[in-house]
Design a protein around this ligand. Structure first.
Ligand code: UDP
Ligand code: MN
Length: 359
């Protein structure tokens, strides 16, 4: 029986979380898989349909009936009032980079600045694109405490431009001398307490690559010259990922000085895939998968309220599905969806509280 199929008892083989992710494979990656000239997935990703929804086992989180039932039975949880104080020294040793682009500065960056970045203002750097004809936004520059980096990368959502910004993030991290680098997209919520608790389990003087996969199988490249194939996993950029300093140093011959963009160009890879390729295929190291990292390639409403505090990263997508719903975490308040469509303000109030949180 294949994963995700239900048998006559309504039971089945639990699909791996990465199987579930494929239900919303991002347009960027999906387009790239379809269009990449020299790369082929070792098996095509397919969305699995389950015939009888009434017999769904509880691990099939994509089932709306199950999600609704669970939500009704879930007690209303009190605000957690988490504090980052016990983790401050540890967090000071992390370099956080947020990849952004001009058209997303408002509102995406403002949402981050007013929520989780307010807890880590000195550790968080924003990488945006800029060309000489563009004006720089000094107001926003001030709001980030001068941590908005105008890279020389162009503002198109091209693979090459995306690799360019990740290379800039990498180079700034190396120069920061911090022990950990965590990359975020500008639609990620990062919980600093969950992040610290996670990274404290690993030794940054060893190479670590930690994040979440978004494909059901590893990617395979066929090297025609050598008549050989290599397979590798990559951590999806939209869920955020973290690298130890030891790994970044080890990667530096392949990643700094234009090498990262060069590697991406060679196989026509997006930035997160290029990173996976360098770490797994060139360095022979392994991704450590952590399912507390989340992107909007998953059904975010399947995360229960009580699970939210353990999530290292979360995300949202404001695109509506066939039922008219956006892909957001299931928090009922304190803000309604017209004020807080991404749910990040409500999440921030639930986890940490803040002066703007309604009591
Ligand atoms: N992005 C970028 N340049 C662009 C469009 C997007 O650097 O022209 C960044 C964006 O700021 C975000 C990431 O790429 O950090 C992913 O973008 P988005 O969420 O729009 O797309 P998806 O998650 O669907 O790939
Ligand atoms: Mn996104």
């Amino acid at each position: 029986m294949a994963p995700g199929e239900a048998d006559s008892w309504g039971l089945g083989v639990a699909p791996s979380a990465s199987d579930r992710d494929l239900t919303g494979l991002g347009s960027d990656l999906a387009g790239w898989i379809a269009g990449g000239p020299r790369l082929k997935l070792s098996s095509e990703p397919t969305v699995k349909e389950v015939p009888n929804p009434h017999y769904l086992p509880p691990y099939l989180y994509t089932n709306n009936l199950y999600i609704k039932q669970r939500r009704i039975s879930e007690p209303k949880l009190d605000n957690l009032n988490l504090s980052i104080e016990p983790f401050r020294t540890f967090l000071d040793n992390i370099f956080i980079s947020v990849k952004t682009t001009k058209k997303y500065h408002y509102p995406r960056l403002i949402i981050l600045l007013e929520t989780w970045v307010s807890l880590l203002p000195d550790q968080t750097w924003f990488f945006t694109d800029w060309s000489p004809e563009d004006d720089k936004d000094m107001l926003l520059q001030n709001r980030t405490g001068n941590r908005l980096i105008y890279t020389n990368c162009s503002s198109s959502h091209q693979r090459l431009a995306l690799s360019c910004k990740l290379e800039a993030e990498f180079e700034h991290f190396i120069r920061s001398h911090k022990s950990w680098w965590c990359h975020m997209d500008d639609d990620n919520y990062l919980n600093p307490v969950a992040l610290a608790k996670t990274l404290q389990r690993y030794d940054p003087s060893q190479p670590w690559y930690i994040g979440r996969t978004s494909t059901a199988t590893p990617l395979t490249i066929f090297h025609q010259d050598e008549n050989q194939a290599t397979s590798f996993w990559f951590a999806t950029g939209g869920a955020g990922f973290c690298l130890s300093r030891a790994l970044a140093l080890k990667m530096s011959p392949f990643a700094g000085n234009g090498k990262f963009v060069e590697a991406g160009n060679r196989f026509w890879f997006p930035d997160d895939v290029t990173l996976g390729y360098i770490i797994e295929s060139l360095l022979g190291l392994k991704l450590t998968v952590d399912f507390n990292f989340h992107s909007h390639l998953e059904q975010l409403k399947s995360i229960s309220q009580s699970e939210l505090e353990n999530c290292v990263t979360l995300s949202y997508s404001e695109e509506r599905d066939e039922t008219g719903e956006t892909n957001v975490i299931p928090l009922p308040g304190p803000f309604n969806k017209s004020v807080d469509p991404t749910r990040f303000y409500s999440l921030h109030c639930y986890l940490f509280g803040g002066v703007y949180c309604p009591s």
